[in-house]
Design a protein around this ligand. Structure first.
Ligand code: MG
Length: 271
């Protein structure tokens, strides 16, 4: 607990220069900062929007490995670490960035189709990624609190989307899901999160986003939603904070452990 709190405060120091404070103070500060940044009077919480990869499933190591291997097969270089930086982009978006850098041109539609199909196959050749520890527990808490739960993912990986009901029974409903099949631009554009708000009939200050990727955090922050970053991967916390996260937890179990305090801070206080 002490170690976790220290880590929290260190993360926060990088943007707030606070010294050691209780968690509740930190939540209050984060909420205040969010409200003044976006010109809202309060958060009237009705829903939590969840990203999928790296939040609900520990799938990012397999995505990163698959991208790296498949790009190599097509004569392109994408390191595993860089793959984490592109998390949340559409497949075409990622392929074009690498193609531009290496070949000075966008990939053709045919190349994109081939590479993305190969990447999806490579992903499926790996064992199924495990459910992220803490994910089911926090989803159940949020459901019991009477909040809507909305999925907002850039993924078009059908094997994972079809596993959701099995992994998280009774949590996700098709009418409250945004996937790669719904969006044109994808993260870091706010489009997927704006679509999530629309599907839930929500204003930006009626929701919280849970994200693990810098581009996802950027999309959520640009959609003016209070954004919780969970750092489940290898990137430094600073990358997520700089992308616009309002608060950062070092893991999903930590988010689960502290959900109630955050929920009360959002609900009980009028700023
Ligand atoms: Mg993610």
């Amino acid at each position: 607990m002490r170690r976790l709190q220290k880590q929290f405060n260190q993360d926060y120091n990088s943007i707030r220069a606070d010294s050691f404070r209780p968690f509740s103070y930190m939540y209050t500060e984060a909420i205040k900062h969010y409200l003044s940044n976006h010109g809202f009077e309060r958060i009237n919480l009705k829903a939590v929007l969840f990203d999928m990869d790296g939040v609900l499933y520990n799938s990012m190591p397999i995505h990163a490995e698959s991208w790296h291997q498949v790009m190599k097969r097509f004569g392109l270089h994408l390191s595993r670490e860089e793959a984490y930086m592109h998390e949340g982009r559409t497949g075409a978006g990622t392929i074009n960035i690498i193609s531009q850098r290496q070949r000075g041109r966008d990939a053709t539609a045919e190349e994109i189709e081939k590479i993305y199909a190969a990447k999806a196959n490579e992903f499926n050749d790996h064992p199924q990624p495990p459910v992220m520890p803490g994910a089911l527990e926090v989803l159940n808490q949020i459901k019991e609190d009477g909040l809507k739960i909305i999925l907002v993912t850039g993924s078009g990986q059908k094997t994972l989307l079809q596993r959701l009901e099995h992994s998280f029974p009774g949590i996700f409903h098709e009418e409250l899901m945004v996937t790669a099949f719904d969006v044109k631009k994808g993260k870091p554009n706010p489009e997927p999160y704006l679509m999530g708000l629309k599907k839930g009939n929500l204003q930006p200050n009626e929701a919280i986003v849970v994200e693990n990727a810098p581009l996802g955090v950027q999309a959520a922050a640009d959609a003016q939603i209070f954004t919780v970053a969970v750092n489940t991967g290898p990137l430094p916390d600073k990358v997520l904070l700089d992308a616009g996260a309002d608060i950062l937890f070092p893991s999903m179990p930590a988010f689960n452990e502290h959900w109630k305090e955050l929920y009360h801070a959002v609900n009980d206080k009028v700023f």
